[in-house]
Design a protein around this ligand. Structure first.
Ligand SMILES: NC(=O)c1ccc[n+]([C@@H]2O[C@H](COP(=O)([O-])OP(=O)(O)OC[C@H]3O[C@@H](n4cnc5c(N)ncnc54)[C@H](OP(=O)(O)O)[C@@H]3O)[C@@H](O)[C@H]2O)c1
Length: 244
């Protein structure tokens, strides 16, 4: 039987949870979900790892045992966990939150990608790393200094990984999910307008029903992960392709 392994960070809520639910509906997929909180799901296909990914010392110690050895046809890592951060202009940001955000949004996916490649470089499976990006990786947004910077840096890291992979059986994607109706958007709507000049626009996205359901976005991400050969570029945006 064909078997896949999918490792998802931030599987407990929002987009990660929608992706998890999709994969749980398939029989032959082993899933490892990494978040601080655990879901009350009892499935032989799911292993939940409770980890604060902004604590890099703990993450470093977990890396060795994280990626199982088995005969898989496809192995996928989705670095999805992320935090909008403290929404404040530069000059009002707090060093502790800045460090937590860089650890979670940038260094944790770098550590995980590095360990993933090390673990599976000789594995014959098709291997895909998908780092969840954002439109904010290429568009400066006032109040989102840490978010824009970490997403931009992660996108560049992904492009370097792709360049280094050459003709290997690894594929790397930096994927923007669009504007998704999750807790992260709720957090954005709670920002003070004095710290976040675009607040009104984000309130209107919600009021006018412009936020996309996490399940819909998860379906598109899963399509890309299952059909990487149809996607040539490293940088992808779910709004720019259809999932038939
Ligand atoms: N929503 C959007 O409109 C949007 C737009 C562009 C990009 N994105 C990106 O899409 C990804 C998913 O976002 P979302 O909207 O689904 O966010 P969300 O609803 O806030 O969920 C975030 C997930 O990350 C986990 N997480 C947060 N901090 C963590 C930590 N310190 N250690 C381990 N896990 C942690 C959370 O689990 P625990 O709380 O249990 O730890 C949760 O499962 C993020 O990378 C985000 O930047 C989202």
């Amino acid at each position: 039987m064909n078997k896949s392994l999918v490792v998802i960070t931030g599987h407990s809520k929002g987009l990660g949870k929608a992706l998890l639910e999709h994969y749980l509906s398939l029989e032959s997929v082993e899933i490892i979900g990494i978040s601080r909180s655990r879901l009350d799901i009892d499935s032989p296909n799911l292993t939940q790892v409770s980890l604060d990914l902004s604590d890099l010392d703990v993450l470093k110690n977990e890396l060795e045992g994280l990626f199982p050895e088995d005969s898989y046809d496809q192995i996928v890592l989705v670095n999805n966990a992320g935090w909008i951060g403290e929404i404040k202009p530069i000059g009002k940001m707090h060093p502790r939150e800045m460090r937590m955000q860089v650890n979670l949004n940038l260094l944790a996916p770098m550590y995980l990608s590095n360990a993933f490649i090390k673990a599976y470089k000789n594995h014959p499976a098709k291997k895909v790393v998908c780092n969840i990006s954002s439109g904010a990786a290429t568009r400066p947004v006032a109040g989102w200094g840490g978010y824009c910077s970490t997403k931009a840096a992660l996108a560049m890291f992904t492009m370097v990984a792709d360049k280094e992979s050459g003709a290997s059986d690894f594929r790397f994607f930096s994927l923007a999910p669009g504007i998704v109706d999750t807790d992260m958007q709720e957090e954005i709507r709670k920002a003070a307008e004095s710290d976040f000049p675009e607040l009104q626009k984000f309130l209107e996205f919600k009021e006018q029903g412009e936020l996309v359901k996490a399940e819909e976005v998860a379906r598109k991400i899963e399509y890309l992960l299952s059909n990487p050969e149809e996607f040539q570029e490293v940088q992808q945006d779910v709004r720019k392709y259809e999932a038939p």
